[in-house]
Design a protein around this ligand. Structure first.
Ligand code: PLP
Length: 394
């Protein structure tokens, strides 16, 4: 046998383990200090009551012979796909039921979708970025090139026609930068992809944070996207499903190359290698779209948005340059006094006992930047920002 040697090229992911190690070492040396964590990329509020009620009801169904469910459709139950289609229809996007695929989350689909693409494709990834896009392609041995996201372009790189890319990753609102593309900007990416015969893998995991109508909640709000874009979305950030696991991917029927249909190939891939999301979880996900679910989830999102406002407001008052915070749970800012990401991490931990995420961990262009998240509690966020204000206005 031979192992896949591409795995030797995957960078060890030191970011979160190094953060954890440094925090543990600090806390061991200073047990009396209260460390505040604004580094987590996970939600903290519990599932909404409507979701819990749906879960309980579905569990009871599973315990009765008449309502028990075994294997379901690999691509998701019609009740959930219809609810997702209605959610898109609210923004003027019409999807066919067969274009929606329910899964156990966006991360799995983002990795698995690569099964239907040739190894010879050149992949364009923004830098800095969610590490999954890079690592999954390194594992497959694909060539990766980068689109520079930086302060000059507001961390929203635009297409460059002198660059030939086949698979293009876009995450908007972005993790880690919180930057979000307008529909007009995305139109330029759609034009580029259609002109080059490329595919856009569009990660919309944070679309629920968008309030401004000029920004895209779905790439299909942009004309021409159905021939060049696959969209990934998730209940994780929208409804706190990070531990419950449910997401969905849209593969339009119009994506056809050399007589092959991406939609049919993805269906074939999923029916071969995936046996569907648990019935009870799909019922929980469908409850997210009921009127009660929508209202309860809006309250949770408002809670995080309030935290984001507190973080952004403090940085603005300090005159620190940042992106995100308005349409995203992430705030990405320039480390003060030209400090490097890890230097600032250590400084913040030592002087204010606040933990964030060093931008350098997300790519070369992240150096000198820092990420804070709005997923913490209101009290911790307020106290952490008070400490940061005091430290940086010294
Ligand atoms: C959290 C997150 C996801 C969601 O992943 P799940 O597997 O659905 O939990 C997808 N993309 C990005 C950029 C994320 O930060």
């Amino acid at each position: 046998m031979q192992l896949n040697t591409n795995y030797s090229n995957v960078n060890d992911s030191y970011l979160f383990s190094t953060v954890a190690k440094k925090v543990a070492a600090y806390q061991a040396a200073h047990p009396e200090k209260k460390v505040l964590r604004l580094g987590i990329g996970d939600v903290t509020l519990p599932l909404a009551p409507a979701v819990i009620a749906a879960l309980h009801a579905a569990v009871d169904e599973m315990g009765k012979k008449e309502t028990f469910r075994g294997y379901g459709p690999e691509q998701g139950y019609p009740f959930l796909k219809e609810a997702i289609a209605s959610y898109y229809a609210e923004r003027g996007v019409q999807l066919k039921n067969d274009e929606i695929f329910v899964s156990d989350g966006a991360k799995s689909d983002l990795g698995n979708i690569l099964d239907i693409f040739s190894k010879d494709n050149v992949v364009l990834v923004p830098d800095p970025v969610y590490p999954v896009y890079v690592d999954t392609n390194v594992m497959a041995g694909r060539k990766i090139i980068y689109a520079n996201a930086n302060a000059e372009n507001g961390f929203l790189p635009m297409p460059d026609y002198s660059v030939n890319a086949d698979i293009i990753y876009i995450c908007s609102p972005n993790n880690p930068t919180g930057a979000a593309y307008t529909k007009a900007q995305l139109k330029e990416w759609v034009n580029y992809a259609n002109a080059k015969g490329a595919i856009i893998l569009y990660d919309a995991a944070y679309e629920c944070f968008i309030k401004d109508d000029a920004l895209a909640r779905s790439i299909y709000q942009v004309e021409g996207a159905k021939t060049c874009a696959i969209e990934f979305c998730s209940f994780s950030k929208m409804a706190g499903f990070t531990g419950t696991r449910c997401g969905y991917t849209v593969v339009p029927e119009d994506i056809v190359k050399d007589g092959l249909s991406a939609n049919k190939m993805w269906l074939r891939r999923q029916t071969t290698k995936f046996n569907g999301v648990p019935y009870i979880v799909q019922r929980a996900a469908a409850a997210v779209f009921t009127p009660e679910g929508r209202e309860q989830i809006a309250q949770n999102l408002a809670y995080y948005e309030e935290n984001a406002k507190v973080i952004a407001g403090t940085l603005r008052a300090l005159g620190v340059w940042f992106t995100g915070g308005e349409h995203s749970p992430y705030i990405w800012f320039k480390c003060p006094n030209g400090m490097k990401s890890w230097e600032f991490f250590d400084y913040l931990l030592k002087e204010a006992q606040v933990v964030g995420t060093p931008g350098a961990g997300f790519g070369v262009n992240g150096e000198g930047f820092f990420r804070l998240t709005a997923f913490g509690s209101k009290e911790v966020t307020a106290e952490a920002m008070e400490r940061i204000k005091n430290l940086l206005s010294k």
